[in-house]
Design a protein around this ligand. Sequence first.
Ligand code: UDP
Length: 240
Amino acid sequence: MKKGRMLYEGKAKQVFAVDDPGQALVYYKDDATAFNGEKKGVINSKGLLNNAISSLFFELLEKNGLETHFLKKIDDRSMLVKKLEIIPIEVVVRNIAAGSLAQRLGWEEGRDLGRPVVEFYYKDDALGDPLINRDHVAVLGLAAPAELDALEELGLKVNKILREYLAARNTLLVDFKLEFGRSGTSGAAGGKILLGDEISPDTCRFWDAVSREKLDKDRFRRDLGRVEEAYQEMFNRISG
Ligand code: UDP
């Protein structure tokens, strides 16, 4: 497999063309950003750990019948994926109040929500990824109503699978962000919807079930120290 030209560079990943035009190579960088790019840094070995953690989670989801863009892990920092037309909606699923939801509701961080909460954010850096509802999605023409239903259903399914897997490993799944895309589409809507992007401590909040110690990117966002160690610990828990 030949690594071709770079198609896209994001804050934490690069995407390269490969021989097959229906596939792409995702390369995970050590670069870390927070607060819409205002805070920048490097987390040593993050690319390696996030590639390994994402690969494990995608394999787990596929094993449970959920289709993703993941094809295989190629090397330490790269995975081969199906090329998707990414839907510019961030699907956030939450089990415990934290981050922006704790602020919005005025709840203390750590309070159990009692049921999963699904939110949609408009993926637009210039706007700072604002929270949007179904009507906004329709007005912006981001996804058809049936597609949005599918995103919500898939988000809840991912939550159930990951939550149980992590609970068995003494870890709470507090919340996480997913991105989806259309594959094999010949136009705007209508293609099959697959889970894309990554599932890692960059995009999820993981807490130790007993101590509630944070094992995710909040250690970087909030300058808590032992950032790399937290990512490594999550890899150990998931792979063990
Ligand atoms: N998240 C993400 N990318 C974003 C925004 C949020 O991966 O651009 C993840 C974040 O890691 C957390 C969840 O989505 O697991 C909910 O984040 P929240 O809305 O609380 O925002 P934050 O407090 O991270 O700004």
